[in-house]
Design a protein around this ligand. Sequence first.
Ligand SMILES: NC(=O)c1ccc[n+]([C@@H]2O[C@H](COP(=O)([O-])OP(=O)(O)OC[C@H]3O[C@@H](n4cnc5c(N)ncnc54)[C@H](OP(=O)(O)O)[C@@H]3O)[C@@H](O)[C@H]2O)c1
Length: 319
Amino acid sequence: MPDADTWALEDHEIPTLQEGEVLIKTHYVSLDPAMRGWMNDAKSYIPPVAIDDVMRAGTIGEVTQSNNHPTFKEGDILTGWGGVQQYIATDGKGHFKVDTSMIPMTRYLGALGMPGMTAYFGILEVGKIKEGDVVLMSGAAGAVGSVAGQIAKIKGCKVIGIAGGPEKCKHVVETLGFDACIDYKNENIYKGIKEHCPDGIDVYFDNVGGEILDAALARLRMHARVVICGAISQYNSASIEGPKNYLSLLVNRATMQGMVVMDYAKKYQEAGMQMGMWLMEGKLKTEEDIYEGIENFYDTFQRLFSGDKRGKLLLKIIE
Ligand SMILES: NC(=O)c1ccc[n+]([C@@H]2O[C@H](COP(=O)([O-])OP(=O)(O)OC[C@H]3O[C@@H](n4cnc5c(N)ncnc54)[C@H](OP(=O)(O)O)[C@@H]3O)[C@@H](O)[C@H]2O)c1
């Protein structure tokens, strides 16, 4: 687990814009488990955050100045990889204009942002769910798992969640509409999966790795699909525990496939329209846990790993 002094909070002058640049005032920063992985000096799907760089983060904010930017103007709301900072001077690459007239801006960092896209493509394209499938979802109360599980319900699957604590499990069933939820902090996970998936699992959507992945592998059905989305239980470990029950893939002719959301970037718009519809129709419910102030970044970051948060974790930067 990184220490508080891993990050320094620095004051700088707001930069003077170059021709074609915009200045974005950051309203919200997204806190994501992936931040931990971006800090490892190792080969990954994107380069690590370098020492002394601004901490990488998804952001949403308002354009307050434009120096002849070809498309963005003052007042536009942009989402992108702005980093943990109050103001962003940018040529706009990697930032997208969003419409906040009907949908609150925080949704664009949650269900309509990176976690929502991960859920959508992970469950539909990698999980290849079909009506009647039994879907097991770890991290069920989190930003990705809560949306992926609800999509599986919309598509007619039986969905069993896994979350930490009775309150989160209650939320997963009563508010999100999952069929059941296993409390991995207070129940035996092997027993819980056996009880709720007596005939096995067609799709396991893995957000956490470790022992829960092992327990899920032990109950796969024939031709099951295991979606490797993340392994939050392992991110702060010096060495990652590999799956012990992987021979279940052989026995059940099952597949286990990793995914990276960025590979689906060309289809984000299509997914965003569908998810926006589900949100407006009330078929998709979201929860956001919002803390305040850039100086509270570290305390908020810790909540990703302690479980002391509900739904999508955000930090409000400037009103
Ligand atoms: N592959 C991709 O492209 C992609 C994109 C986005 C996210 N991800 C990954 O997807 C996963 C979920 O991300 P998210 O945005 O939904 O994060 P999140 O909102 O922080 O949710 C993660 C959930 O994991 C649970 N958790 C934390 N520590 C745990 C542990 N030791 N054992 C079991 N559960 C634990 C927490 O719930 P409890 O309180 O219930 O424990 C939390 O709700 C992460 O692994 C993330 O890295 C992957």
